[in-house]
Every structure is written in structure tokens, then in C-alpha cells.
Design a protein around this ligand. Sequence first.
Ligand code: ACO
Length: 329
Amino acid sequence: MKRPYAALTGTGYSVPRHVMTNDDFAAIGIDTSHQWIFERSGIVQRHIARDGESTCSMGADAARKAMAKAGITSAEIDAIILSTATPDRLLPSTAVDIQAALGATRATAFDLSAACSGWLYGLTVAEGLIAAGTIETALVIGSEKMSAITDWQDRSTAVLFGDGAGAAIVRRGDGKRGILSAFMRSDGALAELLWRPSGGAAHPFSLPVLEDRSSYVKMAGREVFKHAVRMMAEACDRALDGARLTGKDIDLLIPHQANIRIIEATAKHANVPMDKVYVNVNRFGNTSSASIGIALDEAITSGRVRTGDTVLLCAFGAGFTWGSMVVRL
Ligand code: ACO
């Protein structure tokens, strides 16, 4: 059997109820403005977790919606793959918490760490497990409580991120619809351009770590921007080549939602006009590995794409990691 081995049969997303606008930063003592944030990133607001909302609760909520749309029960799930940079605790995985919340008792569950590219990595891993005959049905989730690792005293990063989760059910396909191509790449030599220096096993939490704030996200914004534009472009090329398609064949491009300028540069390179590009970074900010799943579910639910349409997904994130995928819905 040749590709497509695996199809996305249901999607869902979940975001916290609380909305924080650009103007709300003044109230927490951050010296910024709506104009600065909007001009550089396209972000207007983001959702921020409160009152016990967690990576697990958002992920499980998105998963239930995806299962309902796919018309399956949790008993049918063979694997739960959770992409997250913000696990609720360090051991064991947050995927097993989601498994317990869903009652998906016969599944295997594990976390996957590839930052903003992680949901595409997860879909690709699921496709491989299905193609190998190891599983029939996977639940792939990207869930992020970025507000928990954001330095709320650092205006250069605090304004960019938001919380949320996106999910998809991936099942053995009918050989016509599904994942037509996938591409993944990383470059660990560039890890320190976007990272959390402390808080892991090398530099565990301690009083000095809390005081120097080195457990929060640090980002060299301009450097990250340059690499993101180049790597997202490469990712689009590789997925299109793999599917033997060009930008003209794409009904909708869904790039990782980090920054409108990166999205526009990616669309231009891929030769996809902006009216065929999904943008919601204005409403959600950068939700890391949740962003593409949220956008894909919105695009399907709103009728922007339909069964049989061809979508190009591409992402870039800390690591660096980057990746892409062409999917026939
Ligand atoms: N409000 C007001 N001023 C600010 C803010 C803020 N929130 N943040 C920084 N500034 C100031 C800086 O202090 C600096 O002032 P100075 O010139 O007096 O020193 C000035 O604005 C310019 O700072 P830069 O960082 O050079 O601003 P730049 O134009 O590069 O924009 C930005 C910053 C938006 C972060 C940009 O670099 C960017 O988009 N980078 C990519 C970030 C990204 O998308 N990351 C995620 C991708 S990977 C992933 O999703 C994990």
C-alpha cells in the first residue's frame, strides 16, 4: 500500500476562557503598546489559562471534540501522542493524564518534545505507526500552557504567546484521502536561540534559578525571525515536492501561527496567495504546538476547507525544529 496510509478523520480545539488583549499588559506593569505588538507580530489578543486550566485539561477537551467529529469512542484509540513544551509535571508524561481523563484504557500514551513543530511531528509518527501496522487509530494532540513558562517581566517574549490545544484523530485511510507527504528536520546547534536555560536535569530548579529567571523562555527574536522565514520556506518546498504539487494546487496553507510577517513571507515563497492562507495569530497569539491544530479545526468547522481539499501545513520552532505536511482532507 502506498501513501496516503493515514487520514485525519476528526479535529478539535480548546482554549481557556480568559482573553488577554494587548492593552491588558499595562495593568501588569509591562511597558508596551497595542501598536508595537500588532505591527511586529499581528497579535491582538491571546487566551490565558486560569482556575486550574492545564495542559491536560485543554488537551483532553480538544481530544473529546476531535473524537466526536471522528465518530469514535476512547476505547478505539490505540495511541495518544501529545506534543507539548509545557507538560503539567516532569514525570510521568502529560499524555498519560489525558489518557486517564479520556478513559482510553487500551491506548499507549507518550509526550513528544519538538516545540512548535511538535504537532506535525506527532502526525508523522502516527502515520508511521499506522503504515507499519502497529496501530489503527491515533489521537494526536498539541497542548500548551505557554503562560506557565513565560517571563511576565520580559516584554520581548511575554506579548507573543498564548495557551490552547489542538487535536486530530488519525486513522488508517482509504488510500485516497490523508497525508500525501511529510517532512521533518532539526538543528540542535541553534538550540540556545530559543530555550529555557534552567529547570531541567542539567540545571534543576533552585533559589538562584528562580532569582535569575533562567527557567523561563529566552528568545533572540531577530535571529529566530531570520531562521523561521528560511526554514518555513524549505519546509513548504519539501512537502510540496514530496506530494508532487506546487503552491497553485493548495486550497489552504496553514502555517504555524507565530507572527504575521513570518506567515506572509512563507506564503509568498510557497506561491500561495494570502486569501488561501489561514491566519488566526491575531486572536490566539503563538500557542506553540497547538497552533496548527487549532487553525485546521477552525478552517474545517467554518467551511473554509471541505472534504477533498488539499492543505499544506508547515511549522518552525525551538530546537530548531521545522516540518511540513500535505494533507488531502
Ligand atoms: N513593547 C515595546 N517595545 C519592545 C517590546 C514590547 N513588547 N519588546 C521589545 N521591545 C523593544 C526592544 O527593547 C527594542 O528596544 P531598543 O531598540 O530600545 O533596544 C526594540 O523594541 C526592538 O526590539 P527587537 O527585538 O529588535 O524588535 P523586532 O523588531 O525584532 O521585533 C519580535 C521583535 C516581534 C520578537 C521579532 O523579532 C519576531 O517576530 N521574532 C520572531 C519571534 C517568533 O516568531 N518566535 C516564535 C517562532 S518559533 C516558535 O513559535 C516557538
